[in-house]
Ligand binder design. Structure first.
Ligand code: 2AM
Length: 484
């Protein structure tokens, strides 16, 4: 009998199960496999009952059920489990078969694995899948990269199961070679950290600066979700603020204020450091989670340094409008930085990224989905070579119309001692970017003074380096110039 399986999915945790059910809904025959094989039977007898999903209890059985070229997709924990599976598969798959990793793998691992699997004659795809459980079930954002020759074979499945935007375009397209898909997914997660932090800062300013209750803020987020901030994260914030505990009090007020993290935000920041790209907002978002984790230290310090009166003076409605604008402007900065990062990574790794396509992939299905991403898509459609999102006419106008409120909110937060690190760093970055002359002339002089690191001059061509004997007692020899 001819094998019927279109694709195998390995790993029956919640994301894996939901992706399988989603593929089944779209008419694909999926083979389900899991290391602990009892989970296969459990799945077939419950969630997958009455569907066309096939179970396999060994890799050999799985392979026998698949049409060629075989497509096998891993939905297991990132790390060594992926390498273990690749080794096992290389023993049972054939040249031309396609290995897909749908976990949150580090992009360097995906670069390495793509090369390795290709060296064995097979094809590799490392893909970001975003949208949580619900996304996996109803339509995630999917960001595939790896071996270009594999794409036509997985495209029909991935684009069928992905989220769609209003005109029907799928939130899934080929991202690029090697680790490009996982890089874009990592950047997505970094931006997600930033978006969440911005919302949280707006919340804290409204709570502490304006004395607003969760119910009142629920109304504010409801309104914000009807304008330019309309997004999944604003929507769930609205719902969270409206949720009551069993005693009728807002649940959010009872949740301990220490945040966890799994590492993709940190990876984004590490990559930005390596590439020398300032993604200051995401970095502050990661560090803010670290500060939140210092609960005991904060409780101690608050006993000594607690701000005496954090309340803002003035009209509350006006403040809420200012905070919305500060959030919007800061968000524009965060995406500007995120796109700068992807552009630098693409250059370093030789990826031909489609920036408008990335905005479209993020437009639906994933955690950062928003109306805002539609504007980014438009900006790149108009100018595919746009190097700085801030220079697009739409965003230029938006930043200009928010600037006064942004400064007002950041200065009030500073004056009153309410932490707003992401709002503030966004503004500092903006001010840095629009400074034709920064104090780095002095910095270079300092470096040359103590380390003979040399400097360039404004009255000489770039690339000519000078050293001054600042004290009259140092040597004549300059250290070689280098930039890390
Ligand atoms: P399990 O059910 O056998 O534990 C999420 O943890 C998914 O990843 C589960 O399907 C889990 O399989 C799988 N997984 C985690 N580590 C694994 C490993 N080292 N080898 C195989 N599967 C693994």
């Amino acid at each position: 009998m001819e094998p019927k399986g279109d694709i195998a999915v390995i790993g029956l945790a919640v994301m894996g199960q939901n992706l399988i059910l989603n593929m089944n809904d779209h008419g694909f025959t999926v083979v389900a496999f899991n290391r602990t094989t009892s989970k296969v039977d459990d799945f077939l007898n419950n969630e997958a009952k009455g569907t066309n999903i096939l179970g396999a209890h060994s890799l050999a059985e799985m392979v026998a059920l698949l049409k060629k070229p075989r497509r096998v997709m891993l939905m297991v924990k990132a790390g060594s489990a992926v390498d273990d599976f690749i080794e096992q598969w290389l023993g049972v798959l054939e040249p031309g078969d396609i290995v897909i990793d749908g976990g949150n793998s580090l992009f360097q691992d995906t670069i390495r694995r793509t090369k390795y699997v290709e060296s064995k004659g097979l094809l590799y795809i490392g893909t970001g899948v975003s949208g949580g459980e619900e996304g996996a079930r109803r339509g995630p954002s999917i960001m595939p990269g790896g071996s270009p020759a594999a794409w036509p074979h997985v495209k029909p499945i991935f684009q069928a199961i992905s989220a769609k935007v209003s005109d029907g375009s799928p939130c899934c397209d080929w991202v690029g070679e090697g680790g490009a898909g996982h890089y874009v997914k990592m950047t997505h997660n970094g931006i997600e950290y930033g978006d969440m932090q911005l919302i949280c800062e707006a919340y804290q300013i409204m709570k502490d600066g304006l004395g607003m209750t969760a119910d009142e803020m629920h109304e504010v987020f409801k309104e914000w979700n009807q304008g330019e901030l309309e997004s999944y994260l604003v929507e769930i914030t609205r719902d969270i603020l409206g949720k009551k505990d069993e005693d009728g009090q807002p649940l959010v007020d009872k949740i301990l204020d220490t945040a966890g993290q799994k590492g993709t935000g940190k990876w984004t920041v590490i990559s930005s450091q390596e590439l020398g790209i300032p993604i200051t907002l995401i970095a502050e978002a990661v560090y803010s989670r670290c500060v939140s984790a210092l609960k005991d230290a904060r409780v101690e310090a608050a006993k000594v340094f607690k701000p005496s009166n954090p309340k803002f003076a003035g009209d509350r409605k006006q403040w809420v409008s200012d905070i919305r604008k500060a959030l919007y402007a800061s968000k524009i900065i965060s995406y500007t930085q995120g796109y700068m990062l992807m552009r630098a990574a693409a250059q370093q790794h030789g990826w031909n990224l489609n920036y408008g396509g990335i905005a479209l992939m993020w437009r639906g299905g994933c955690i950062i989905r928003s109306v805002f991403l539609g504007e980014i898509k438009k900006a790149f459609d108009k100018n595919p070579n746009l190097t700085n999102l801030l220079l697009d006419p739409f965003f230029k106008k938006a930043i200009k119309s928010c600037a006064r409120s942004w400064r007002k909110v950041v200065s009030a937060a500073v004056k009153k001692g309410i932490p707003a690190p992401a709002f503030s760093t966004a503004l500092a970055f903006f001010d840095g970017l629009r400074s034709e002359r920064l104090p780095a002339n002095l910095l270079q002089a300092q470096r040359d003074y103590f380390g003979a690191h040399t400097y360039e001059r404004i009255d000489k061509p770039r690339g000519e380096f000078f050293h001054t004997n600042w004290t009259g007692s140092g040597g004549r020899v300059a250290s070689s110039t280098y930039t890390v």
